[in-house]
Ligand binder design. Structure first.
Ligand SMILES: [Zn+2]
Ligand SMILES: [Zn+2]
Length: 234
């Protein structure tokens, strides 16, 4: 129910922002929208990098879930999963989800869109969209700035959905069309991340990977990100 309200509010708020943008159109909207799309890709990469390497919470059985060898449909596993998840907060759940994605990448593609993007809407997109509404009401925000922020909002909102489409064979036509023109990355390009877990963390367009890869190498060399964080420990 709360989630439906959040989505409804985001749609209304987004339409209002679209109206603000349309009120002062200019050609600058095109580079601004591309800039927003780049920024969304970069955020997807930074969040992914931090979540992959941030150590999972200890002592709540996340290691047992991660390394569980039996059936994930078994009562034993489902019970363990529920017990562990009840003991961690949404951030810690996200940290676990990113790590769990590496050995079981297809699970993300099987999730519903709402499960993929729900937490992003509540924690990120809706607050940012409402702030943009407020800014447009208070100040004469130029149309290009609204367009750039809208592009960032759309890219950011659907980031985990876009990542999911990289792990699924059947996708809506628009995903394939966006891949063709380079607005979304290809599964082959994303596979480079899964092959080493040390590069190409951005999962929208992949445009920012050229910038983020040296950032990762520096953070890894300095020990800010350590391999021990990649898998849940006991
Ligand atoms: Zn990863
Ligand atoms: Zn992936």
């Amino acid at each position: 129910m709360l989630m439906r309200l959040a989505i409804f509010a985001l749609i209304l708020s987004g339409l209002a922002n679209l109206g603000f943008a349309a009120a002062s159109p200019s050609l600058w909207m095109i580079p601004a929208a591309l800039g927003g799309w780049y920024a969304a890709d970069m955020i997807s990469g930074i969040v992914h990098m931090v979540m992959d390497y941030h150590p999972a919470r200890l002592g709540v059985g996340l290691d047992r879930l991660y390394f569980y060898t039996g059936s994930r449909e078994s009562d034993e596993y489902v019970g363990m999963f529920r017990a562990s998840m009840a003991r961690i907060n949404p951030f810690e759940r996200l940290v676990y989800d990113f790590k769990n994605h590496h050995p079981r990448p297809d699970a993300l593609g099987r999730r519903t869109m709402l499960r993929q993007i729900g937490s992003t809407i509540v924690a990120g997109s809706l607050p940012l969209s409402l702030l943009l509404n407020a800014a447009c009401l208070l100040w004469p925000v130029p149309g290009w700035a609204v367009a750039g922020t809208l592009s960032l909002l759309i890219g950011g909102t659907f980031a985990q959905y876009f990542h999911g489409t990289l792990h699924r064979a059947d996708n809506p036509w628009i995903i394939n069309a966006m891949r063709k023109i380079g607005l979304l990355m290809t599964p082959a390009a994303h596979q480079l991340h899964h092959d080493t877990l040390r590069r190409d963390f951005a999962t929208n367009s992949g445009w920012s990977n050229a910038l983020l890869n040296p950032v990762f190498r520096l953070a890894h060399a300095r020990g800010w990100l350590t391999d021990a964080g990649l898998e849940p420990q006991g």
